[in-house]
Ligand binder design. Structure first.
Ligand SMILES: CN(C)C(=N)NCCC[C@H](N)C(=O)O
Length: 266
């Protein structure tokens, strides 16, 4: 079964991301802002072509990472969990996201996470049948327990994320209800091993050489994928699923992957 969505929230990229976006590898070159905006706009247009009504929220220069809207909220079914992101500089991002849902989507139930629980939405992988929550440098045990309490209809499994990987979704994602795509690094393999030990379902697993290439946005039967990664492209181009090419190279310089830039819901 494919993931179906009619709406999405995205957020414009602040210029401050160039100098102040959080990055794990300080040797990465700086973002080319103009190119990043073009790539982001192309991603928004691609979602629109798939029948998704996209709201692009205004940006905020005081929160350099605010384009990564996946982290301040987790939406499953008709519930929006406003998170408490693990990095201090990202906590204020929740305000705008909460405002959007309160004002425009009264049919959705809003739940808020409070300290000591911390969680980035990038640590949450929903497969349609269960929820996996990365226990990472950004997401603690209380954050995982809040996900469990908020979404009682699904089994929720904690997955330890090794130090060099930012989020669970930095190295894998769900293609559909039966398929997980996972990167090739030792960190990705370690996380996948626990996913497959804890699951109560049977998933097909596709492996990609790059971890970044394993982060796909799966919408209405089509996948948005990183066409700028040659090694991964070999694997993805053989998949018998409609695809849209996205160049995600600029935001990737500050550890952003494709899923980070939208919150999809109905
Ligand atoms: C799945 N991923 C990776 C995400 N959901 N978020 C990426 C956030 C990147 C940002 N510079 C940061 O370090 O917070």
């Amino acid at each position: 079964m494919v993931f179906k969505y009619t709406k999405a929230v995205c957020r414009r990229i602040p210029k401050s991301i160039v100098d102040d976006g959080i990055r794990m590898d300080l040797n990465e070159p700086l973002i080319d802002y103009k190119r990043a905006v073009q790539q982001h706009e192309h991603m928004v247009q691609s979602l629109e072509k798939l029948g998704v009504k996209v709201t692009v929220l205004e940006t905020d220069e005081s929160t350099p990472d605010c384009v990564f809207v996946e982290d301040p909220a987790v939406i499953i079914g008709d519930t929006v969990l406003i998170t408490n992101p693990g990095r201090k500089s990202r906590k204020p991002e929740t305000k705008k996201i909460k405002e959007h849902f309160k004002k425009n989507e009264p049919h959705l139930k809003i739940v808020e996470m409070e300290s000591p629980a911390e969680l980035d939405g990038g640590d949450v992988m929903f497969t349609g049948r269960e929820i996996f929550v990365g226990q990472s440098r950004r997401t603690n045990k209380a954050g995982y327990l809040k996900v469990k309490e908020t979404f009682p209809d699904y089994p929720v499994h904690a997955i330890p994320i090794p130090e060099n990987t930012l989020h669970l979704l930095s190295c894998m994602s769900a293609v559909d209800e039966d398929t997980i795509i996972c990167g090739g690094s030792p960190d990705a393999s370690a996380a996948l091993k626990v996913v497959l030990e804890k699951t109560t379902c049977l998933y097909s697993v596709i492996r990609t050489p790059d971890d970044d290439g394993a982060n796909l946005v799966s919408v209405n039967g089509t996948i948005l994928w990183r066409s700028d990664l040659p090694a991964t492209s070999n694997i993805i181009s053989k998949l018998n699923i409609p695809k849209m090419d996205i160049d995600g190279s600029e935001l990737n310089k500050v550890d952003g992957s494709l899923t980070c830039c939208s919150l999809l819901y109905n």
